[in-house]
Design a protein around this ligand. Structure first.
Ligand code: PAF
Length: 286
């Protein structure tokens, strides 16, 4: 497995693979990899001849008071995980390589990025779309892999690829959870022992909401209210949002029907965590 730091090195290697007729998968990450990332890498290794993992804590997707500096980093551990999972190349650029002096071109998506996480993180998706479109242009993969935990990000990237005619297939991979239900996240490392316990309230609410929908509840407000009550029962939890939206538009829905996303963002102490469930609900026949 190779570790490279410059755009030119990635381009040279991908060019060589292409000349040999090999397909390429890309797994964009910010590092501090866990089993969730590992499932994306494993999917790419299975479906492509070669897999590139990018590891870059992207400054443009963090707001001024967010955790850019504190975001956990461990390139040695990440390299070991990538190697054992079968990745072929890690692209680990410095910020100046991605954003050289004079950088002033951004990729933005309107509407969808104002909902859910976009309300409290107004520049987040502009930063995500910018770095992801740059990575797409640098690696030119056949397929790119993203986790369904970041459901809004996944929907936005799918939309961006469609709108901009980017010839890359976007693959979403299921949320990976700890044995007790907590969705895996690099940010879980911020949690103290009592906060780790309290964080279980997210998956508890998600599973309860999902069960209500499975049992036939079609009133979005009722599901959102029930989930909100559950989260409020945890003293360490502060709700950012609990919402039921249409997955394509990210707009709130009243009736649970079609391709729906129920998403939550909750602060446990200072740590903001997200979770969701997604379902396709067919209209009941009259
Ligand atoms: O999901 C992430 O880790 C990041 O938002 C991504 C897609 C790697 C862009 O920086």
């Amino acid at each position: 497995m190779m570790l490279v730091h410059t755009v030119n090195e990635v381009r040279e290697q991908v060019k060589k693979w292409r000349s040999e007729g090999l397909s390429v998968g890309l797994v964009p990450t910010m590092g501090f990899l866990h089993e969730g990332h590992q499932s994306l890498i494993a999917a790419s290794v299975k479906e492509n001849d070669r897999t590139v993992v990018s590891i870059f804590v992207n400054p443009t997707q963090f707001g001024p008071n967010e955790d850019f500096e504190a975001y956990p980093r461990d390139i040695k551990k990440d390299m070991a995980l990538c190697d054992e999972t079968g990745a072929d190349l890690i692209f680990n650029p410095e910020p100046e390589e991605m954003y050289p002096d004079g950088f002033c071109t951004y990729t933005n998506i309107t509407g969808m990025s104002d909902a859910l996480c976009g309300k409290s993180r107004p520049i987040h998706f502009k930063g995500v779309c910018t770095v992801v479109s740059k990575l797409f242009n640098i690696v030119c993969p056949d397929m790119a892999y993203f986790g369904e935990k970041d459901a809004q990000q996944l929907a936005i990237i799918k939309r961006m690829v469609k709108d901009m005619n980017i010839p890359i297939e976007i693959k979403g991979c299921p949320i990976v959870r700890e044995a007790d239900g907590l969705a895996k996240s690099s940010r879980n490392t911020y949690l103290s022992a009592s906060e780790r316990e309290a964080a279980l309230i997210l998956s508890k609410a998600i599973f309860a909401g999902r069960d209500m929908v499975k049992a036939g509840e079609r009133d979005a407000k009722k599901v959102v209210e029930a989930m909100t009550e559950i989260i409020k029962s945890e003293p360490l939890a502060a709700i950012d949002y609990v919402e039921m939206v249409d997955v394509e538009t990210m707009q709130s829905i009243d009736v649970i029907e079609g391709n729906i996303l129920c998403a939550i963002a909750v602060k446990i102490g200072k740590t903001r965590l997200i979770d969701n469930f997604n379902d396709i609900i067919h209209q009941a026949s009259p």
